[in-house]
Design a binder for this molecule. Structure first.
Ligand code: HAM
Length: 424
């Protein structure tokens, strides 16, 4: 028990963490280029925020939240997603009173009590953006192009952008009516979840993953067939912008996302080779959410990309990331009495920005050299009594075994020179 991590969680170890760093760094770079600023919100929020924000009838709220009562008798929930918290923060910090749109990005862990399997975890990570304060379809195209640029930059190929419009409160009631008309006679053949959805949220039946429901829903009315004129105009315009930007997309009339806040544009990005968990990211517009959360009527749009799934997809597609290199220098000592002198040399190297390390287990020189080679040090500085008396050390290149004496004072500069010539 003490040596087992909780089900559905992962340790991210050296060797793997480089992929995470690449993803986070890429997100930072792209966000700067698209003028999105970072926001960090708490890992837990008042439960009510997700019930109101994500929607009472969603799987997330009904079955997947990590909710608990804290010592002050308040119900709090580990965030299952990032949009509702960012909306809460936008309102609480009155970001709506500054220039609009406000464009924000985030990275971090999310929590859903789901059945763990490959690509589906209880603690997983997202990188995402939210943009508030504009209805303009160009902003829809911007966030989608940003997501696609992200995949391109990290080297993920074979990803497909699926888009749809899920309508707005104008066109929804008519669609719901049509869906109920269609599904009611077939109710007994639906799965138990969908039978409940028929009462609470019939739109969600369209993208149920149960094969029986999929077969029944094949000919069901879709939101695209029932858009009001505003929604239709908006959707056509989004498609035009995407075409103008040269971003390939598939219109998927059956795409209905699992969170209730979406209006107008909904999109998902699928990667080949991930089986059932093929969605590496998704998002859409949520023009009513800010109001739902107690704010003024302000539109919003965003996406979140699943870090674990992106890494799985990269591995499936054979994309390699470079492992962390070893230190530039290992400082070895001939005899234990030289430890303090060696430590001073090590400290100087580090201050000059040269990654370096030493022995902490009292190893013999031979064992220190073996260790330096195991951790892939590029150079070893050997500190010996005779050399130190002349204010010299031995510099050894680990790959070639080539050794020379260098003045202690010049060691850092010499190493920097050699490292620079290696990367030229
Ligand atoms: P979502 O579709 O629930 O949307 O999640 C976005 C992505 O997170 C998914 O496409 C998937 O890659 C990843 N993901 C979701 N659940 C898991 C899980 N249990 N294990 C591993 N990865 C997972 C949202 O969360 C919305 N907040 C996106 C958004 C932002 N919409 C507007 N703005």
């Amino acid at each position: 028990m003490l040596t087992n991590r909780p089900r559905g969680t992962n340790d991210i170890l050296p060797g793997q963490v480089e992929k995470w760093q690449l993803i986070e760094e890429t997100m930072r770079c792209i966000s700067a280029e698209y003028n999105y600023q970072e926001i960090r919100t708490p890992i837990f929020e008042h439960t009510e925020l997700f019930i109101r924000g994500v929607g009472e009838t969603t799987d997330i709220v009904e079955k997947e939240m990590y909710t608990f009562v804290d010592r002050g008798e308040r119900s709090v929930t580990l965030r299952p997603e990032g949009t509702a918290p960012v909306v809460r923060s936008y309102l609480e910090n009155r970001l709506n009173s500054g220039p609009q749109p406000v464009k924000l990005y985030y990275t971090g862990p999310m929590f859903r009590y789901d059945r763990p399997q490959s690509g589906r975890y209880r603690q997983f990570h997202q990188v995402g953006v939210e943009a508030f304060g504009s209805h303009h379809p160009a902003l829809d195209a911007e966030v989608m192009s940003m997501a696609m640029e992200f995949y391109r930059r990290i080297g993920l190929v074979d990803v497909e952008l699926h888009i749809n419009s899920v309508g707005c409160p104008e066109c929804r009631p008519q669609l719901k009516e049509k869906l109920c008309e269609y599904f009611r006679p077939r109710e007994s053949d639906l799965c138990s979840n969908c039978r409940q959805r028929l009462v609470k949220n019939p739109l969600r039946i369209i993208d149920c993953k149960n094969p029986g429901c999929q077969e029944i829903a094949k000919d069901a009315p879709t939101p695209l067939d029932h858009l009001c004129s505003d929604c239709k105009e908006h959707f056509d315009s989004v498609c035009e912008y995407l075409k103008a930007l040269g971003i390939p997309f598939v219109i998927n009339p059956r795409l209905v996302r699992g969170l209730d806040y979406y209006t107008h544009t909904a999109f998902e990005i699928m990667a080949k080779g991930l089986g059932a968990q093929s969605s590496v990211g998704g998002g859409g517009r949520y023009n009513r959410l800010i109001e739902e959360c107690g704010g003024p009527s302000i539109p919003g749009i965003g996406y979140a990309l699943g870090v674990e799934r992106i890494i799985l997809a990269l591995e499936q597609q054979g994309v390699e990331t470079a492992p962390s290199p070893g230190p530039d220098v290992f400082v070895a000592i001939l005899t234990p009495d030289l430890k303090a002198d060696a430590f001073k040399i090590l400290s100087k190297l580090r201050k000059k920005g040269i990654s370096s390390d030493q022995d902490y287990l009292g190893r013999s020189l031979k064992a220190q050299m073996k260790y330096a080679s195991k951790i892939n040090a590029k150079y070893t500085i050997i500190v010996g009594n005779d050399e130190l008396e002349r204010e010299m050390v031995i510099l050894r290149e680990m790959d070639t075994g080539e050794q020379s004496e260098v003045p202690v004072e010049d060691a850092a500069a010499k190493i920097k020179e050699r490292l620079a010539s290696c990367t030229d």
